[in-house]
Write a protein that binds this ligand. Structure first.
Ligand code: FES
Ligand code: FES
Length: 141
């Protein structure tokens, strides 16, 4: 019971005091960005990640979420999980981990799924930019 109360407090904390709100320089080759929407409600998360090219680890992340409190809290909590993770590790983060940690009710499970979708999309975008990065700074297309 106590744990559940702590989880709800964590949910409220991430909602009222979200971490890492904002955006990163998406034109930069070391930044990947994911934009995802929840079909159920139309809420949207934009997540940017910056990757250290030498270590392959995420060094920074930032998000903007246009949506419900659970989506904001899920995004915020997600960014606290990302720092120092490899892309492989980050790609394995599951919405159930976020939902359990924040004690989301079943009706709000899709909000945490949106966060999972966002990190997957950001990783994909980062990886899609790698050939371009190697081909020395071609003009923006
Ligand atoms: Fe209303 Fe997401 S359904 S804010
Ligand atoms: Fe749809 Fe939370 S993302 S209600």
């Amino acid at each position: 019971m106590l744990d559940k109360k702590a989880d709800i407090l964590k949910l409220l904390d991430h909602y009222t005091n979200p971490r890492n709100v904002g955006s990163l320089d998406r034109k930069s080759a070391d930044v990947g960005s994911g934009l995802v929407g929840a079909p159920a409600c139309g809420d949207v998360i934009r997540l940017d990640i910056q990757v250290d090219e030498k270590t392959g680890k995420i060094v920074k992340s930032a998000f903007k979420t246009f949506g419900c409190g659970s989506a904001i809290a899920s995004s915020s909590y997600l960014t606290t999980l990302l720092a120092g993770k490899t892309l492989e590790e980050a790609g394995k983060i599951q919405n159930t981990q976020i939902a359990n940690e924040l004690c989301l009710p079943p009706v709000k499970l899709h909000c945490s799924l949106l966060a999972e979708d966002a990190i997957k999309a950001a990783i994909k975008n980062y990886q899609s930019k790698r050939p371009a990065a190697a081909a020395t700074n071609l003009a923006d297309t």
